[in-house]
Write a protein that binds this ligand. Structure first.
Ligand SMILES: Cc1cc2nc3c(=O)[nH]c(=O)nc-3n(C[C@H](O)[C@H](O)[C@H](O)COP(=O)(O)OP(=O)(O)OC[C@H]3O[C@@H](n4cnc5c(N)ncnc54)[C@H](O)[C@@H]3O)c2cc1C
Length: 85
């Protein structure tokens, strides 16, 4: 199958990262196309039923370092620390 579309930005992946980028870019007035390899909800995002933890940046004590520590603690020894970092 072949198809074409005009866009200012192509986002690869329809998880929370890709869709957040796509929505932000759309709000900036860009024409966005999202492509993904499978069903729209086939990635990890659908499993994050406790919500998605992020670094907001303007909250006291909030930092990338704290987010990494939280992720490693929640992973209970199963995380690849380099991948988390
Ligand atoms: C069981 C489980 C529970 C979780 N619970 C939580 C939680 O409670 N709180 C929390 O903060 N986090 C949680 N997480 C982690 C969280 O889900 C992920 O960190 C987050 O969803 C990652 O988002 P993402 O957009 O980077 O990746 P994904 O949601 O995995 O999206 C990746 C996208 O890229 C696409 N893609 C991949 N390869 C290609 C390719 N070659 N070509 C085109 N498209 C491609 C996929 O199809 C998918 O659409 C959990 C994860 C799991 C597995």
């Amino acid at each position: 199958m072949s198809w074409s579309a005009d866009a200012d930005l192509v986002v690869v992946g329809s998880g929370v990262a890709g869709l957040t980028a796509a929505l932000d870019a759309t709000e900036l007035g860009l024409r966005v196309v999202v492509v993904t390899k499978d069903a729209v909800d086939s990635g990890a995002t659908r499993w994050a039923q406790g919500g998605v933890a992020v670094v907001v940046g303007d909250v006291r004590g909030d930092s990338v370092r704290a987010h990494v520590a939280d992720t490693l603690a929640a992973g209970a020894g199963l995380c690849d620390a380099a991948a988390v970092a």
